[in-house]
Design a protein around this ligand. Structure first.
Ligand code: NPQ
Ligand code: MG
Length: 369
C-alpha cells in the first residue's frame, strides 16, 4: 500500500444520553478520524478512540491529532509502499500514543484489505458471523433511574449488563438490579480505577451477587495491587486500562492480577496487537471480551469483527449504534436478538455516509506526501 496522503478529520457527535463513569460524565464525543488515500485511489478509514480530555488514559484527542500530524503520518508517508503489518514497527520509534497509532494502522489496514477484497474479520481470524452484545450502563442519579435504564436494555435484547461503579455507588445498585431482574441476568461491574487496595473488604461485599467480573478496580499501574486484591475477593478480576500490550497481558496473567481481559484495540495500539493479545490470553486459558470506547460505526465494525475471534467467549461492549448516537456516521449497527452481524465486505465493510459525515465534521486537514 502506498499512501498518497492522509486526512485528519474531527467530528462532534452528541450522545443520546449522558454517560457517567467514575472519571466523569460525557454528553458528546469529539472524535478524530483518519482517512488514508492510496496511490490507486483506495480509501482506508481509522478511528481514534481518545477522549477530549485525558480522563480514561493519558491520551486525548488534540494530542493524538498533533502526534499524527507531526510524527506518525510523516513517517508513514516517507516510508513509501508499506504493508499494514509493518506500520507498528514503523511507528515504534515514537513512544506511546497508542490510540493515535491504532487509528493510523487501522486506516492503512482498511485500505489494504479493501484493495485486496478481504474483510477485517477474515484478516483477524473471525470464526463467527455474529457476536452476542453486552451494554455498559453509566452511574445514574438514583437507583430507580438505573433500574429503568437496565430494564430498557434488557428489553432491547442485550445479553449482558455492565454497571459502572464508584465509591458510594456500588453494592446498593448491584443489589437493586439483582432484586429487580433476578439471578439469571449476566451482570458485571466496571470501576475504572476508582478504588484502592484499602477498599478490598468493601469490594468483597459484591461477592454474594454472582458477578461475572469486576473490571479495573484499582489504578492502571497497580498490577500487583490487583494480584493482592484477587486473593481477597471472590469476584473474578478483569483488567482494562492496565492492559496496554500483549506483553502487559502476559505479565498481568502471570502475576495473578486478572482472570479475564477486556481487549480494546485503541488502548493496545491497534487491531493487530489486539489479535496478539487475544492469542496470549487464549494460550493462558484466560477468556477475553471486546471493550468499547463509544466508537462510531467505523470502530464498531472493526470491534465486531475482532469480537468474532475464538477467544472472545464473553459478550463485549459492542453495543448497537443507537446506544450512543441518534444517527451514526455509517449505516447503524442494529441489535438482532442480542447479536450484531460481523460485516463481511472488503476492509471494514462499512464507510461513512457522506451527508452524515459532513453534518458532524468540525475540522479537516490534508497531509500530503
Ligand atoms: C470502559 N467504555 O470500558 C470504557 C469507559 C469509557 C463502554 O464503558 C467517551 C469516550 C466516553 C470513551 C466513557 C465503556 C467514555 C469512553 C467511558 C470510555 O472503561
Ligand atoms: Mg473499562
Amino acid at each position: 500500500m502506498m499512501a498518497d496522503g492522509v486526512e485528519l478529520r474531527r467530528i462532534a457527535m452528541p450522545l443520546v444520553s449522558p454517560f457517567r463513569t467514575s472519571f466523569g460524565t460525557a454528553t458528546s464525543r469529539e472524535i478524530l478520524l483518519v482517512r488514508v488515500v492510496t496511490d490507486d485511489g483506495t480509501e482506508g478509514w481509522g478511528e481514534c478512540v481518545a477522549m477530549a480530555a485525558p480522563r480514561y488514559s493519558s491520551e486525548y484527542v488534540d494530542a493524538a491529532a498533533d502526534v499524527l500530524r507531526r510524527y506518525l503520518v510523516p513517517a508513514l508517508l516517507a516510508a513509501g509502499p508499506v504493508r499494514a503489518h509493518a506500520v507498528a514497527g514503523l511507528l515504534a520509534p515514537f513512544q506511546g500514543h497508542r490510540m493515535a497509532k491504532a487509528a493510523l494502522e487501522m486506516a492503512v489496514l482498511d485500505a489494504e484489505l479493501r484493495s485486496e477484497l478481504r474483510s477485517f474479520g477474515h484478516e483477524l481470524g473471525a470464526v463467527r458471523e455474529k457476536v452476542p452484545c453486552g451494554v455498559s450502563v453509566g452511574i445514574m442519579d438514583s437507583v430507580p433511574e438505573l433500574l429503568d435504564a437496565v430494564g430498557g436494555f434488557l428489553d432491547e435484547g442485550y445479553v449482558r449488563i455492565k454497571l459502572k461503579i464508584e465509591p458510594g455507588w456500588d453494592v446498593e445498585p448491584v443489589r437493586a438490579v439483582r432484586e429487580r431482574f433476578g439471578d439469571d441476568v449476566v451482570l458485571q461491574v466496571d470501576a475504572n480505577t476508582a478504588y484502592t487496595l484499602a477498599d478490598a473488604r468493601h469490594l468483597a461485599r459484591l461477592d454474594p451477587f454472582d458477578l461475572l467480573l469486576i473490571e479495573q478496580p484499582l489504578d492502571e499501574e497497580d498490577v500487583l495491587g490487583h494480584a493482592d486484591l484477587a486473593r481477597q475477593i471472590k469476584t473474578p478480576i478483569c483488567l482494562d486500562e492496565s492492559i496496554t500490550s500483549a506483553r502487559a497481558a502476559a505479565a498481568a496473567i502471570r502475576l495473578g492480577a486478572c482472570q479475564v481481559v477486556n481487549i480494546k484495540p485503541g488502548r493496545l495500539g491497534g487491531y493487530l496487537e489486539a489479535r496478539r493479545t487475544h492469542d496470549v490470553c487464549v494460550a493462558n486459558g484466560v477468556p477475553v471480551w471486546c471493550g468499547g470506547m463509544l466508537e462510531t460505526g467505523l470502530g464498531r465494525a472493526a470491534n465486531v469483527a475482532l469480537a468474532a475471534l475464538p477467544g472472545f467467549t464473553m459478550p463485549g461492549d459492542t453495543s448497537a449504534s443507537g446506544r450512543y448516537y441518534a444517527a451514526d456516521i455509517t449505516e447503524p449497527f442494529v441489535l438482532k436478538d442480542g447479536y450484531l452481524d460481523v460485516p463481511d465486505g472488503p476492509g471494514l465493510g462499512v464507510a461513512p455516509v457522506p451527508d452524515r459525515l459532513t453534518e458532524v465534521t468540525t475540522a479537516s486537514e490534508w497531509l500530503a506526501g
